[in-house]
Design a protein around this ligand. Structure first.
Ligand code: ME8
Length: 519
Protein backbone atom coordinates (compact mmCIF):
# COMPACT_ATOMS: atom_id res chain seq x y z
CA UNK A 1 0.00 0.00 0.00
CA UNK A 2 1.57 3.28 -1.04
CA UNK A 3 1.71 6.24 1.29
CA UNK A 4 -0.68 9.08 0.56
CA UNK A 5 0.16 12.75 0.53
CA UNK A 6 -1.19 13.67 3.98
CA UNK A 7 -2.14 17.30 4.62
CA UNK A 8 -3.73 18.76 7.75
CA UNK A 9 -5.01 22.11 9.00
CA UNK A 10 -5.13 23.41 12.55
CA UNK A 11 -8.25 22.17 14.28
CA UNK A 12 -10.35 25.16 15.27
CA UNK A 13 -11.54 25.98 18.77
CA UNK A 14 -15.20 25.40 19.03
CA UNK A 15 -16.09 28.58 20.87
CA UNK A 16 -17.86 30.57 18.19
CA UNK A 17 -18.60 30.69 14.48
CA UNK A 18 -15.91 30.35 11.77
CA UNK A 19 -14.37 33.55 10.46
CA UNK A 20 -12.18 34.69 7.58
CA UNK A 21 -8.94 33.39 9.17
CA UNK A 22 -10.37 29.89 9.57
CA UNK A 23 -11.72 29.92 6.01
CA UNK A 24 -8.39 31.10 4.58
CA UNK A 25 -6.39 28.30 6.17
CA UNK A 26 -8.83 25.61 5.10
CA UNK A 27 -8.89 26.93 1.52
CA UNK A 28 -5.07 26.89 1.36
CA UNK A 29 -5.09 23.23 2.42
CA UNK A 30 -7.91 22.38 0.03
CA UNK A 31 -6.13 23.93 -2.95
CA UNK A 32 -2.95 22.04 -2.09
CA UNK A 33 -4.87 18.75 -1.69
CA UNK A 34 -6.72 19.27 -4.98
CA UNK A 35 -3.44 20.19 -6.72
CA UNK A 36 -1.74 17.00 -5.56
CA UNK A 37 -4.66 14.89 -6.73
CA UNK A 38 -4.69 16.74 -10.06
CA UNK A 39 -0.96 16.09 -10.38
CA UNK A 40 -1.62 12.38 -9.98
CA UNK A 41 -0.89 11.76 -6.29
CA UNK A 42 -3.32 10.22 -3.82
CA UNK A 43 -3.97 12.77 -1.10
CA UNK A 44 -5.62 12.65 2.32
CA UNK A 45 -6.82 15.97 3.68
CA UNK A 46 -7.75 16.26 7.36
CA UNK A 47 -9.43 19.14 9.15
CA UNK A 48 -11.64 19.34 12.22
CA UNK A 49 -12.40 20.79 15.63
CA UNK A 50 -10.65 21.25 18.97
CA UNK A 51 -13.48 20.86 21.45
CA UNK A 52 -12.06 20.59 24.97
CA UNK A 53 -11.00 23.29 27.40
CA UNK A 54 -12.19 25.84 29.88
CA UNK A 55 -13.54 28.29 27.32
CA UNK A 56 -15.85 25.66 25.85
CA UNK A 57 -16.88 24.50 29.32
CA UNK A 58 -17.72 28.09 30.30
CA UNK A 59 -19.54 28.84 27.04
CA UNK A 60 -21.66 25.70 27.52
CA UNK A 61 -22.44 26.67 31.14
CA UNK A 62 -23.49 30.14 29.99
CA UNK A 63 -26.01 28.50 27.62
CA UNK A 64 -27.08 26.03 30.33
CA UNK A 65 -26.04 23.10 28.17
CA UNK A 66 -23.75 20.23 28.96
CA UNK A 67 -20.48 20.65 27.05
CA UNK A 68 -21.08 17.73 24.70
CA UNK A 69 -24.51 19.05 23.67
CA UNK A 70 -23.01 22.47 23.19
CA UNK A 71 -20.21 21.05 20.99
CA UNK A 72 -22.55 18.84 18.96
CA UNK A 73 -24.75 21.79 18.03
CA UNK A 74 -21.83 24.05 17.06
CA UNK A 75 -19.92 21.29 15.27
CA UNK A 76 -22.85 20.91 12.88
CA UNK A 77 -22.37 24.58 11.86
CA UNK A 78 -18.64 24.04 11.28
CA UNK A 79 -19.20 20.95 9.17
CA UNK A 80 -21.74 22.91 7.11
CA UNK A 81 -19.10 25.62 6.72
CA UNK A 82 -16.57 23.11 5.35
CA UNK A 83 -19.21 22.09 2.79
CA UNK A 84 -19.91 25.72 1.93
CA UNK A 85 -16.18 26.15 1.13
CA UNK A 86 -16.35 22.93 -0.95
CA UNK A 87 -13.43 21.49 0.98
CA UNK A 88 -12.39 18.07 -0.25
CA UNK A 89 -11.38 16.86 3.20
CA UNK A 90 -11.26 13.08 3.55
CA UNK A 91 -12.06 13.10 7.24
CA UNK A 92 -13.25 15.58 9.85
CA UNK A 93 -11.94 15.04 13.35
CA UNK A 94 -13.62 16.12 16.56
CA UNK A 95 -11.47 15.79 19.66
CA UNK A 96 -14.50 14.59 21.65
CA UNK A 97 -14.80 11.47 19.47
CA UNK A 98 -13.98 8.13 21.16
CA UNK A 99 -11.49 7.22 18.39
CA UNK A 100 -9.45 10.32 19.25
CA UNK A 101 -9.78 10.20 23.04
CA UNK A 102 -8.78 6.54 23.23
CA UNK A 103 -5.70 7.14 21.13
CA UNK A 104 -4.65 10.13 23.26
CA UNK A 105 -5.01 7.95 26.36
CA UNK A 106 -2.99 5.14 24.79
CA UNK A 107 -0.18 7.58 23.98
CA UNK A 108 -0.30 9.11 27.46
CA UNK A 109 -0.05 5.65 29.04
CA UNK A 110 2.96 4.80 26.93
CA UNK A 111 4.79 8.04 27.67
CA UNK A 112 3.96 7.78 31.35
CA UNK A 113 5.35 4.25 31.48
CA UNK A 114 8.46 5.49 29.70
CA UNK A 115 9.04 8.10 32.43
CA UNK A 116 8.39 11.13 30.20
CA UNK A 117 6.08 12.84 32.72
CA UNK A 118 6.56 14.07 36.28
CA UNK A 119 4.39 15.95 38.77
CA UNK A 120 5.21 19.34 40.22
CA UNK A 121 3.43 22.08 42.11
CA UNK A 122 2.81 25.30 40.26
CA UNK A 123 2.35 28.58 42.07
CA UNK A 124 1.71 31.61 39.96
CA UNK A 125 -0.72 33.36 37.67
CA UNK A 126 -3.19 31.92 35.22
CA UNK A 127 -5.20 33.38 32.33
CA UNK A 128 -8.36 31.35 31.66
CA UNK A 129 -8.99 33.34 28.48
CA UNK A 130 -5.70 32.21 26.93
CA UNK A 131 -5.67 28.96 28.95
CA UNK A 132 -2.08 29.63 29.92
CA UNK A 133 0.15 30.11 32.95
CA UNK A 134 1.87 33.49 33.22
CA UNK A 135 5.10 34.45 34.91
CA UNK A 136 6.57 37.68 36.21
CA UNK A 137 8.14 38.14 32.76
CA UNK A 138 4.65 38.53 31.29
CA UNK A 139 3.89 41.61 33.38
CA UNK A 140 3.95 45.01 31.70
CA UNK A 141 6.21 47.76 33.10
CA UNK A 142 3.32 49.06 35.24
CA UNK A 143 2.93 45.62 36.85
CA UNK A 144 -0.34 44.66 35.16
CA UNK A 145 -0.91 41.90 32.61
CA UNK A 146 -1.92 42.67 29.03
CA UNK A 147 -5.73 42.95 28.76
CA UNK A 148 -5.63 40.27 26.02
CA UNK A 149 -5.10 37.74 28.87
CA UNK A 150 -8.50 38.68 30.36
CA UNK A 151 -8.88 38.04 34.08
CA UNK A 152 -5.61 36.76 35.60
CA UNK A 153 -5.92 34.75 38.82
CA UNK A 154 -3.31 33.51 41.27
CA UNK A 155 -3.10 29.72 41.49
CA UNK A 156 -1.32 26.96 43.38
CA UNK A 157 -1.84 23.52 41.97
CA UNK A 158 -0.23 20.17 41.24
CA UNK A 159 0.07 19.11 37.62
CA UNK A 160 1.80 16.69 35.28
CA UNK A 161 4.65 17.97 33.14
CA UNK A 162 6.20 16.60 29.96
CA UNK A 163 10.00 16.74 29.71
CA UNK A 164 10.69 19.11 26.85
CA UNK A 165 13.94 20.62 27.95
CA UNK A 166 15.98 17.45 27.50
CA UNK A 167 15.34 17.61 23.73
CA UNK A 168 16.21 21.24 23.09
CA UNK A 169 19.68 20.66 21.61
CA UNK A 170 18.36 17.86 19.40
CA UNK A 171 15.61 20.10 18.02
CA UNK A 172 18.00 22.96 17.21
CA UNK A 173 20.17 20.51 15.34
CA UNK A 174 17.16 19.07 13.49
CA UNK A 175 15.92 22.51 12.40
CA UNK A 176 19.39 23.46 11.21
CA UNK A 177 19.78 20.29 9.19
CA UNK A 178 16.26 20.38 7.72
CA UNK A 179 15.67 23.86 6.34
CA UNK A 180 12.37 22.82 4.69
CA UNK A 181 10.86 21.66 8.00
CA UNK A 182 9.33 25.08 8.73
CA UNK A 183 8.38 27.35 5.84
CA UNK A 184 8.62 30.22 4.96
CA UNK A 185 12.29 30.54 6.00
CA UNK A 186 11.74 33.52 8.27
CA UNK A 187 9.39 31.43 10.40
CA UNK A 188 12.08 28.75 10.75
CA UNK A 189 14.54 31.43 11.80
CA UNK A 190 12.03 32.67 14.35
CA UNK A 191 11.83 29.19 15.92
CA UNK A 192 15.61 28.79 15.87
CA UNK A 193 16.06 32.21 17.43
CA UNK A 194 13.60 31.32 20.19
CA UNK A 195 15.28 27.97 20.88
CA UNK A 196 18.77 29.44 20.97
CA UNK A 197 17.84 32.29 23.30
CA UNK A 198 15.53 30.57 25.77
CA UNK A 199 15.76 27.53 27.94
CA UNK A 200 12.64 25.51 27.19
CA UNK A 201 10.29 25.11 30.10
CA UNK A 202 8.70 21.70 30.47
CA UNK A 203 5.13 21.50 29.19
CA UNK A 204 2.25 21.29 31.62
CA UNK A 205 -0.10 18.67 30.18
CA UNK A 206 -2.84 18.40 32.77
CA UNK A 207 -5.50 20.29 34.69
CA UNK A 208 -7.03 19.13 37.97
CA UNK A 209 -10.57 17.82 37.40
CA UNK A 210 -11.74 20.11 40.20
CA UNK A 211 -10.95 23.13 38.00
CA UNK A 212 -11.56 21.73 34.53
CA UNK A 213 -13.38 18.56 33.69
CA UNK A 214 -13.98 19.13 29.97
CA UNK A 215 -10.88 17.27 28.82
CA UNK A 216 -9.57 13.75 28.37
CA UNK A 217 -8.99 11.90 31.69
CA UNK A 218 -5.37 10.94 32.31
CA UNK A 219 -5.40 7.13 32.18
CA UNK A 220 -2.98 6.92 35.11
CA UNK A 221 -4.55 9.52 37.42
CA UNK A 222 -8.33 10.12 37.52
CA UNK A 223 -7.88 13.44 39.31
CA UNK A 224 -6.59 15.08 36.13
CA UNK A 225 -7.57 15.67 32.53
CA UNK A 226 -5.43 16.63 29.57
CA UNK A 227 -6.60 19.17 27.06
CA UNK A 228 -5.25 21.68 24.50
CA UNK A 229 -1.86 20.66 23.13
CA UNK A 230 -1.50 17.06 24.29
CA UNK A 231 -5.06 16.57 23.14
CA UNK A 232 -5.25 18.76 20.02
CA UNK A 233 -1.89 18.01 18.35
CA UNK A 234 -2.46 14.28 18.66
CA UNK A 235 -5.38 14.55 16.20
CA UNK A 236 -2.78 14.48 13.43
CA UNK A 237 -1.95 10.86 14.40
CA UNK A 238 -5.17 9.66 16.06
CA UNK A 239 -6.99 9.89 12.72
CA UNK A 240 -4.32 7.93 10.81
CA UNK A 241 -4.52 5.34 13.63
CA UNK A 242 -8.27 5.11 13.12
CA UNK A 243 -7.63 4.48 9.42
CA UNK A 244 -5.22 1.68 10.25
CA UNK A 245 -1.93 3.51 9.56
CA UNK A 246 0.75 1.05 10.65
CA UNK A 247 3.40 3.65 11.46
CA UNK A 248 1.35 5.41 14.14
CA UNK A 249 -0.17 2.18 15.42
CA UNK A 250 3.31 1.12 16.53
CA UNK A 251 3.39 4.03 18.99
CA UNK A 252 0.85 2.94 21.63
CA UNK A 253 1.87 -0.71 21.83
CA UNK A 254 -0.57 -3.26 23.05
CA UNK A 255 -3.61 -1.04 23.41
CA UNK A 256 -7.03 -1.77 22.00
CA UNK A 257 -8.02 0.91 19.52
CA UNK A 258 -10.93 1.31 17.15
CA UNK A 259 -9.61 0.85 13.66
CA UNK A 260 -11.58 1.18 10.48
CA UNK A 261 -11.04 -1.29 7.72
CA UNK A 262 -9.49 1.24 5.38
CA UNK A 263 -5.80 0.50 6.25
CA UNK A 264 -4.35 3.70 4.86
CA UNK A 265 -0.71 4.68 4.97
CA UNK A 266 -0.57 8.36 6.02
CA UNK A 267 2.08 9.15 8.61
CA UNK A 268 4.39 11.08 8.52
CA UNK A 269 2.27 14.01 7.41
CA UNK A 270 3.58 15.81 4.35
CA UNK A 271 2.22 19.17 5.39
CA UNK A 272 0.73 20.79 8.48
CA UNK A 273 -0.87 24.09 7.44
CA UNK A 274 -1.14 26.45 10.44
CA UNK A 275 -1.29 30.13 11.39
CA UNK A 276 1.67 32.03 12.82
CA UNK A 277 0.28 32.18 16.36
CA UNK A 278 0.57 28.41 16.87
CA UNK A 279 4.03 28.03 15.36
CA UNK A 280 5.78 27.27 18.66
CA UNK A 281 3.35 24.46 19.48
CA UNK A 282 3.86 22.84 16.08
CA UNK A 283 7.58 23.45 15.56
CA UNK A 284 8.76 22.93 19.16
CA UNK A 285 6.29 20.90 21.26
CA UNK A 286 5.01 18.62 18.51
CA UNK A 287 8.39 17.37 17.18
CA UNK A 288 9.52 16.65 20.74
CA UNK A 289 6.28 14.80 21.52
CA UNK A 290 6.71 12.71 18.37
CA UNK A 291 10.33 11.97 19.19
CA UNK A 292 9.31 10.79 22.65
CA UNK A 293 6.68 8.53 21.05
CA UNK A 294 9.27 7.13 18.65
CA UNK A 295 7.47 8.46 15.57
CA UNK A 296 8.91 10.21 12.51
CA UNK A 297 8.38 13.95 12.20
CA UNK A 298 6.07 15.61 9.68
CA UNK A 299 7.87 16.72 6.54
CA UNK A 300 6.84 20.35 6.61
CA UNK A 301 5.00 22.95 8.65
CA UNK A 302 3.64 25.66 6.38
CA UNK A 303 2.88 28.84 8.28
CA UNK A 304 0.45 31.46 7.02
CA UNK A 305 -0.06 34.99 8.27
CA UNK A 306 -3.11 36.60 9.81
CA UNK A 307 -5.86 38.57 8.16
CA UNK A 308 -6.93 41.93 9.41
CA UNK A 309 -9.93 43.89 8.21
CA UNK A 310 -9.44 47.53 7.24
CA UNK A 311 -6.08 47.53 9.03
CA UNK A 312 -7.39 46.34 12.40
CA UNK A 313 -7.47 42.98 14.18
CA UNK A 314 -10.46 40.79 13.36
CA UNK A 315 -12.48 40.79 16.53
CA UNK A 316 -15.95 39.73 17.50
CA UNK A 317 -16.14 42.23 20.33
CA UNK A 318 -15.51 45.26 18.09
CA UNK A 319 -17.61 43.85 15.24
CA UNK A 320 -14.61 44.06 12.90
CA UNK A 321 -15.46 40.83 11.09
CA UNK A 322 -15.66 39.47 7.59
CA UNK A 323 -18.49 36.96 7.41
CA UNK A 324 -17.31 34.46 4.80
CA UNK A 325 -20.80 33.00 4.37
CA UNK A 326 -22.29 36.42 3.58
CA UNK A 327 -19.52 37.14 1.05
CA UNK A 328 -19.98 33.74 -0.60
CA UNK A 329 -23.75 34.18 -0.78
CA UNK A 330 -23.36 37.54 -2.44
CA UNK A 331 -20.36 36.97 -4.73
CA UNK A 332 -20.03 33.22 -5.11
CA UNK A 333 -17.61 30.76 -3.54
CA UNK A 334 -14.99 30.97 -6.25
CA UNK A 335 -14.74 34.76 -5.97
CA UNK A 336 -14.03 34.31 -2.25
CA UNK A 337 -11.49 31.50 -2.78
CA UNK A 338 -9.80 33.56 -5.48
CA UNK A 339 -9.55 36.76 -3.47
CA UNK A 340 -8.00 35.25 -0.34
CA UNK A 341 -5.31 33.36 -2.26
CA UNK A 342 -4.60 36.06 -4.85
CA UNK A 343 -4.46 38.88 -2.32
CA UNK A 344 -2.27 37.21 0.30
CA UNK A 345 0.79 35.07 -0.19
CA UNK A 346 1.29 32.28 2.35
CA UNK A 347 3.46 33.92 5.04
CA UNK A 348 2.85 37.60 5.62
CA UNK A 349 -0.23 39.21 7.18
CA UNK A 350 -3.02 40.46 4.94
CA UNK A 351 -5.66 43.12 4.99
CA UNK A 352 -9.21 42.56 3.76
CA UNK A 353 -10.99 45.58 2.36
CA UNK A 354 -14.38 45.38 0.69
CA UNK A 355 -13.14 47.81 -1.98
CA UNK A 356 -10.11 45.60 -2.69
CA UNK A 357 -12.36 42.57 -3.01
CA UNK A 358 -14.68 44.32 -5.47
CA UNK A 359 -11.75 45.64 -7.51
CA UNK A 360 -10.25 42.18 -7.97
CA UNK A 361 -13.66 40.71 -8.75
CA UNK A 362 -14.27 43.31 -11.44
CA UNK A 363 -10.79 43.42 -12.99
CA UNK A 364 -9.50 39.86 -12.73
CA UNK A 365 -12.62 37.71 -12.60
CA UNK A 366 -15.35 39.58 -14.54
CA UNK A 367 -13.22 41.55 -17.05
CA UNK A 368 -10.28 39.13 -17.13
CA UNK A 369 -11.22 35.46 -17.02
CA UNK A 370 -15.00 35.86 -17.40
CA UNK A 371 -14.79 38.12 -20.41
CA UNK A 372 -12.22 35.91 -22.12
CA UNK A 373 -14.30 32.76 -21.81
CA UNK A 374 -17.56 34.48 -22.65
CA UNK A 375 -16.40 36.26 -25.76
CA UNK A 376 -14.34 33.31 -27.01
CA UNK A 377 -17.24 30.88 -26.76
CA UNK A 378 -19.90 33.37 -27.92
CA UNK A 379 -17.89 34.05 -31.10
CA UNK A 380 -17.43 30.33 -31.68
CA UNK A 381 -21.19 29.92 -31.33
CA UNK A 382 -22.03 32.85 -33.58
CA UNK A 383 -19.45 32.39 -36.33
CA UNK A 384 -19.06 28.58 -36.39
CA UNK A 385 -22.37 27.42 -35.01
CA UNK A 386 -20.59 26.24 -31.88
CA UNK A 387 -18.48 23.62 -33.65
CA UNK A 388 -14.75 23.48 -32.80
CA UNK A 389 -12.59 24.18 -35.90
CA UNK A 390 -9.39 22.33 -36.88
CA UNK A 391 -6.47 22.37 -34.44
CA UNK A 392 -4.15 25.37 -34.56
CA UNK A 393 -1.07 25.97 -32.42
CA UNK A 394 -0.59 29.72 -32.38
CA UNK A 395 -0.93 30.04 -28.58
CA UNK A 396 0.48 26.56 -27.86
CA UNK A 397 3.97 27.74 -26.87
CA UNK A 398 2.60 30.42 -24.52
CA UNK A 399 0.21 27.92 -22.98
CA UNK A 400 2.83 25.18 -22.58
CA UNK A 401 5.21 27.57 -20.87
CA UNK A 402 2.55 28.62 -18.37
CA UNK A 403 1.40 25.02 -17.84
CA UNK A 404 4.97 24.06 -16.88
CA UNK A 405 5.32 27.09 -14.61
CA UNK A 406 2.01 26.38 -12.88
CA UNK A 407 2.92 22.73 -12.38
CA UNK A 408 6.18 23.69 -10.66
CA UNK A 409 4.51 26.37 -8.53
CA UNK A 410 1.72 24.03 -7.40
CA UNK A 411 4.26 21.35 -6.49
CA UNK A 412 6.04 23.99 -4.36
CA UNK A 413 2.76 25.18 -2.73
CA UNK A 414 3.29 28.64 -4.22
CA UNK A 415 -0.38 29.34 -4.64
CA UNK A 416 -0.36 33.09 -5.20
CA UNK A 417 2.45 32.79 -7.77
CA UNK A 418 0.52 30.02 -9.53
CA UNK A 419 -2.51 32.32 -9.82
CA UNK A 420 -0.28 35.05 -11.26
CA UNK A 421 1.07 32.59 -13.83
CA UNK A 422 -2.44 31.45 -14.77
CA UNK A 423 -3.58 35.06 -15.15
CA UNK A 424 -0.67 35.77 -17.46
CA UNK A 425 -2.33 33.26 -19.84
CA UNK A 426 -5.72 34.94 -19.34
CA UNK A 427 -4.12 38.28 -20.23
CA UNK A 428 -2.23 36.83 -23.18
CA UNK A 429 -5.44 35.39 -24.63
CA UNK A 430 -7.41 38.60 -24.09
CA UNK A 431 -4.60 40.47 -25.84
CA UNK A 432 -4.78 37.91 -28.69
CA UNK A 433 -8.49 38.69 -29.17
CA UNK A 434 -7.68 42.39 -29.42
CA UNK A 435 -4.77 41.76 -31.83
CA UNK A 436 -6.54 39.31 -34.14
CA UNK A 437 -9.96 41.04 -33.97
CA UNK A 438 -12.08 37.99 -34.87
CA UNK A 439 -15.20 40.21 -35.12
CA UNK A 440 -13.54 41.93 -38.09
CA UNK A 441 -12.30 38.67 -39.63
CA UNK A 442 -15.89 37.39 -39.53
CA UNK A 443 -16.98 40.16 -41.88
CA UNK A 444 -14.59 39.02 -44.63
CA UNK A 445 -15.29 35.55 -46.16
CA UNK A 446 -11.70 35.41 -47.47
CA UNK A 447 -10.53 35.38 -43.82
CA UNK A 448 -12.51 32.26 -42.90
CA UNK A 449 -9.38 30.04 -42.44
CA UNK A 450 -7.79 32.69 -40.26
CA UNK A 451 -10.95 33.01 -38.18
CA UNK A 452 -10.94 29.22 -37.69
CA UNK A 453 -7.40 29.41 -36.33
CA UNK A 454 -8.19 32.23 -33.94
CA UNK A 455 -11.34 30.56 -32.63
CA UNK A 456 -9.53 27.25 -32.04
CA UNK A 457 -6.71 28.97 -30.14
CA UNK A 458 -9.19 30.80 -27.93
CA UNK A 459 -11.38 27.80 -27.17
CA UNK A 460 -8.36 25.60 -26.44
CA UNK A 461 -6.87 28.25 -24.14
CA UNK A 462 -10.16 28.32 -22.22
CA UNK A 463 -9.94 24.54 -21.84
CA UNK A 464 -6.34 24.70 -20.63
CA UNK A 465 -7.32 27.42 -18.15
CA UNK A 466 -10.12 25.25 -16.76
CA UNK A 467 -7.57 22.52 -15.93
CA UNK A 468 -5.09 24.97 -14.36
CA UNK A 469 -7.83 26.66 -12.35
CA UNK A 470 -9.44 23.49 -11.01
CA UNK A 471 -7.67 23.41 -7.61
CA UNK A 472 -8.47 27.08 -6.96
CA UNK A 473 -11.88 27.64 -8.56
CA UNK A 474 -13.43 24.19 -8.97
CA UNK A 475 -16.94 25.47 -9.73
CA UNK A 476 -15.75 27.89 -12.39
CA UNK A 477 -13.41 25.32 -13.94
CA UNK A 478 -16.28 22.82 -14.20
CA UNK A 479 -18.53 25.50 -15.77
CA UNK A 480 -15.88 26.30 -18.39
CA UNK A 481 -15.68 22.61 -19.24
CA UNK A 482 -19.46 22.35 -19.54
CA UNK A 483 -19.61 25.46 -21.73
CA UNK A 484 -17.01 23.84 -23.97
CA UNK A 485 -19.30 20.82 -24.24
CA UNK A 486 -16.91 18.62 -22.25
CA UNK A 487 -18.24 16.33 -19.54
CA UNK A 488 -16.77 15.69 -16.10
CA UNK A 489 -14.40 17.84 -14.09
CA UNK A 490 -11.08 19.21 -15.37
CA UNK A 491 -9.36 17.58 -12.42
CA UNK A 492 -6.33 15.96 -14.08
CA UNK A 493 -3.39 18.28 -14.68
CA UNK A 494 -2.03 16.04 -17.44
CA UNK A 495 -5.02 16.98 -19.61
CA UNK A 496 -3.82 20.60 -19.68
CA UNK A 497 -1.45 19.65 -22.54
CA UNK A 498 -2.24 21.69 -25.66
CA UNK A 499 -4.38 20.35 -28.48
CA UNK A 500 -6.82 18.05 -26.72
CA UNK A 501 -9.93 19.94 -27.82
CA UNK A 502 -11.23 17.92 -30.76
CA UNK A 503 -12.14 19.49 -34.07
CA UNK A 504 -15.82 19.00 -34.94
CA UNK A 505 -16.93 18.86 -31.34
CA UNK A 506 -20.02 20.95 -30.49
CA UNK A 507 -19.66 23.29 -27.53
CA UNK A 508 -22.33 23.99 -24.90
CA UNK A 509 -24.07 27.26 -24.05
CA UNK A 510 -21.87 30.26 -23.19
CA UNK A 511 -22.99 32.09 -20.03
CA UNK A 512 -21.23 34.75 -17.91
CA UNK A 513 -19.03 33.17 -15.22
CA UNK A 514 -18.81 36.27 -13.05
CA UNK A 515 -21.79 38.56 -13.56
CA UNK A 516 -20.76 42.20 -13.39
CA UNK A 517 -22.03 43.95 -10.29
CA UNK A 518 -22.83 47.63 -10.38
CA UNK A 519 -21.84 49.46 -7.22
O1 ME8 B 1 -5.37 27.79 17.64
N1 ME8 B 1 -6.12 35.16 10.09
O2 ME8 B 1 -7.58 27.25 17.19
P1 ME8 B 1 -8.12 28.66 16.62
C1 ME8 B 1 -5.60 33.99 9.67
N2 ME8 B 1 -7.35 24.96 18.41
N3 ME8 B 1 -5.66 32.86 10.39
C2 ME8 B 1 -6.25 32.89 11.59
C3 ME8 B 1 -6.84 34.08 12.09
C4 ME8 B 1 -6.75 35.26 11.29
N4 ME8 B 1 -7.26 36.42 11.66
N5 ME8 B 1 -7.37 33.78 13.31
C5 ME8 B 1 -7.13 32.46 13.55
C6 ME8 B 1 -6.32 27.02 17.65
N6 ME8 B 1 -6.45 31.93 12.51
C7 ME8 B 1 -6.10 25.60 18.16
C8 ME8 B 1 -5.26 24.86 17.16
S1 ME8 B 1 -4.05 22.68 16.17
C9 ME8 B 1 -3.60 21.18 16.75
C10 ME8 B 1 -4.93 23.42 17.50
C11 ME8 B 1 -5.94 30.55 12.38
O3 ME8 B 1 -9.56 28.42 16.32
C12 ME8 B 1 -4.97 30.22 13.49
O4 ME8 B 1 -3.70 30.75 13.19
O5 ME8 B 1 -7.76 29.76 17.55
C13 ME8 B 1 -5.01 28.70 13.49
O6 ME8 B 1 -4.11 28.16 12.55
C14 ME8 B 1 -6.47 28.40 13.09
O7 ME8 B 1 -7.00 29.62 12.55
C15 ME8 B 1 -7.32 27.93 14.25
O8 ME8 B 1 -7.29 28.89 15.28
Amino acid sequence: MSKRFYITTAIDYLNGQPHLGHAYEKIIADVIARSRRSLGEEAFFLTGLDEHGQKVQQAAQAEKKNPQEYCDALAADWRAFAKKLELTNDDFVRTTEPRHKEFVQAILSKLHAAGQFYTATYTGFYSAKEETFLTEKDRRPDGTFDPSYGEVVELKEDNYYFKLQAHQAWLIDYLEKNPAFVQPDYRRNEVLGFLKNHTLEDLCISRPVARLNWGIPLPFDPNFVTYVWFDALVNYISVPAAHGDETVLCAPQGSKLRIQKSQLSLWPADLHVIGKDILKFHAVYWPIMLKAMGLPLPKQILVHGWWQKDGAKISKSTGNLVDPVAVINEWGLDAFRFYVLRELNIGPDGNWTDAGFRARYQAELANGLGNLVNRSLSMLKRYRNGVVPARSNELAADAEKIIAETRALLAANQLQAALLAIWSLVNRANQYVDQTAPFRLAKDPAQAPRLDEVLYNLAETCRVLAVLLWPFLPGTATKIYAQLGLSGAPDQFSSAAWGQLQSGQPIGEPAPLFPRKDD
